[in-house]
Write a new protein. Structure first.
Length: 108
């Protein structure tokens, strides 16, 4: 199993790319260009599906993995959690959902 995992990892298009490209620091300006360039590298990668599956399975919190940014993966995780927990849409952190109405809970 380790040999198979190592094999797909070593076939990645990003192995010779600048690592910082896949882990931009900011969320605007140059960040957007870096994410776009990283995604272009992923788009031509023969093991892109394996990279994305790994990132989703291990919940990688940072960087571009398998052609998806951290924000895109987060939205995908949120969607999947809502799908797996039908009541998730009714819960809120600072109030109580009753049906389709939100009743605010006042703090004392």
């Amino acid at each position: 199993m380790v040999a198979a995992a190592k094999h797909w990892w070593s076939a990645a298009a990003c192995q010779f790319a600048e690592r910082d490209l896949f882990f931009p620091v900011s969320s605007s300006g140059l960040f957007l260009e870096q994410v776009a360039e990283a995604k272009q590298t992923c788009a031509r990668c023969q093991v892109q599906p394996q990279y994305l599956a790994f990132a989703l399975r291990t919940r990688q919190p940072h960087g571009v993995w398998g052609g998806m940014s951290e924000q895109e993966r987060y939205l995908l995780w949120e969607r999947d959690e809502r799908r797996n927990d039908p009541g998730a849409d009714k819960r809120v952190t600072c109030g109580k959902a009753v049906g389709d109405e939100l009743i605010q809970v006042q703090r004392s």
